[in-house]
Design a protein around this ligand. Structure first.
Ligand code: TXA
Ligand code: MG
Length: 321
């Protein structure tokens, strides 16, 4: 049985007790819902992998509520990390640095680094404080499937498999955190996300981005991810036509150009605002995936700022199984 509680004083007390006792709690962050467990309790963390059916080679992000907790987790903090933390925490930025021994191997998939972030969502911060431990949390979905931005999405995918969901409404950013690896000399972007990489470069200079063909550095960066069950294709061709007799849906960026050709249409942002589009991405995809379509066509989005994170998710959703 999975209980759902409101984000009240009492709800958070119950949630923290579950974390302390080694259970699983889904909670809102500003990016997406996370599935949390006590990061320092390997048995509790193992339950996350079981509930999500996530492969053990995919490491987790550790969430903290106070920079003091960093001394527990990281071997050192360099000047670049300090500058980024100062400027962007709490917020949708995850930083990877060498870990201390106390961080269990199951959290980091045996890597000698650990990914850490301080979320800005007040409910997430209160849960971490009340639990009195860092919280390891991937997105609260089945492995590889669309990310959850509402409690309903969590319930649909993980109902019966986890102890509790804290209902915090819709998550405001809507795409996962940006992940940056500072464990080597050149800063490396491991995942574009809710904080545009352009803003990071303004603080620490040039960041290296992996091209499509380069081998993923992080074991979790499989080609197919963030995917609806329905096949998805990105529209790259101006003269695009829906094949005859196919029940197709459209994920449009601004106005829905070829609306009449589709069985279902979702618009990410009528005004073409990338922030709004990112926030609507997963809710729109969840609705299209539930519409009984043969295929979802998605319009390409300008690859700048948050558009980079949106296109990354769409490409991974499009990749072959
Ligand atoms: O916004 C977010 O980051 C959300 C919320 C819940 O905080 N969390 C999230 O977690 O997206 P998840 O598990 O879906 O993605 C975490 C990814 C892993 O797949 C992996 O690519 C990367 O973070 N990662 C974690 N630890 C790493 C490490 N030590 N080195 C390299 N990459 C790491
Ligand atoms: Mg995920």
């Amino acid at each position: 049985m999975t209980r759902i509680v409101e984000a009240t004083e009492e709800g958070l007390k119950i949630a923290a007790l579950i974390i302390k006792r080694g259970g699983l709690v889904a909670f809102p962050t500003e990016t997406v819902y996370g599935l949390g467990a006590d990061a320092l309790n390997p048995e509790a963390v193992a339950k996350i992998f079981e509930a999500k059916e996530r492969p053990f080679f995919d490491p987790l992000i550790v969430h903290i509520a106070d920079v003091k907790e960093l001394d527990l987790l990281w071997l050192y903090i360099d000047d670049r990390a300090k500058a980024l933390i100062e400027r962007f925490w709490p917020g949708p930025l995850t930083i990877v640095l060498p870990k201390k021994d106390i961080v269990p191997d199951i959290v980091t998939a045996g890597l000698n680094t650990v990914a850490v972030r301080m979320p800005s969502h007040p409910v997430a911060l209160r849960l971490i404080r009340e639990s009195e431990t860092p919280i390891a949390a991937p997105s609260a979905n089945r492995f590889g499937y669309l990310s959850p931005t509402m409690p309903e999405h969590v319930l649909k995918q993980l109902g019966g498999r986890i102890d509790l969901i804290i209902d915090g409404g819709r998550t405001p950013v809507g795409v996962e955190s940006t992940i940056i690896d500072l464990s080597e000399e050149t800063p490396l972007l491991l995942r574009p996300g809710g904080l545009p990489v352009e803003e990071i470069e303004r603080v620490i200079g040039k960041v290296k981005m992996l091209t499509e063909s380069e081998k993923p550095r992080s074991p979790g960066q499989l080609p197919r991810h963030y995917s609806p069950r329905t096949p998805l294709r990105i529209i790259e061709d101006e003269n695009f036509e829906v094949p005859f007799g196919i029940k197709a849906g459209l994920l449009a960026f601004k106005e829905a150009k070829y609306r009449e050709k589709f069985f279902a249409v979702e618009v990410l942002s009528p005004s073409g605002d990338l922030k709004e589009a990112a926030c609507n991405l997963f809710p729109c995809l969840h609705r299209l995936d539930d519409a009984g379509l043969d295929i979802i066509y998605a319009e390409a989005i300008p690859e700048e700022g948050l558009g980079r994170a949106i296109m990354d998710r769409l490409r991974k959703a499009q990749a072959k199984r």
